[in-house]
Design a protein around this ligand. Sequence first.
Ligand code: GTP
Ligand code: MG
Length: 207
Amino acid sequence: MKIRNATFVMSNTDYKKCPDVQKPEYAFIGRSNVGKSSLINRLVNQKDLAKTSQTPGKTQLINHFAINDEEWFLVDLPGYGWAKVSKEKKNEWGKMLKQYLLKRPNLYGVFVLIDIRHNPQKIDLEFMQFLGENGLAFVMVFTKSDKLSKSKIETMLEEYKTIMLETWEEMPKYFVTSAEKGDGKEEVLDFIGSLNKDFEQLKEMES
Ligand code: GTP
Ligand code: MG
């Protein structure tokens, strides 16, 4: 899929205040510093559309971006699991994220970002469990693939597959990406393109 334009819409702390739109949207979520904002920028070919930082905890709000004349939306979310955030902030963000995920009517896919360099982490596995239990469709997006060799990437993927198959019937769909180099970009965009088509068909069937 080709990106013709991408613009910032608004930032919110509350799902109720998110833009009132009927088009599909896709949420990028994962641990702090995993590369959510960077990957969004890479997908839309802009350096600074989503704010990034070397310091975890940069994204603190629900950020909406409109893509291709508001045909669909990308949502950049705060990361979870950052130790240095106060307990109050963690609870606040956790609540905001959960509410958004459970109640946003046009949310049509969750992209769970995972740093390919790290062994499977409990917090990510639990988060995917939460999505599954609540009937939220998700895919796994491994990030920062430029930091590992091809063979090491394969080893890490095998490790994830093994652990996912302990609780899931099959390995969820996944992508291996690098915001730095652009790897995986076309695959992610084409997948979103196919979801957009499904969304339209569903809408037509409903009307
Ligand atoms: P929070 O908003 O704090 O939760 O972080 P985030 O998940 O949005 O991460 P962000 O995109 O801000 O990136 C965090 C750091 O990782 C930055 O220093 C990025 O430059 C770096 N980074 C992100 N993606 C990649 C990648 O694909 N490769 C490499 N080498 N570095 C990356
Ligand atoms: Mg961010």
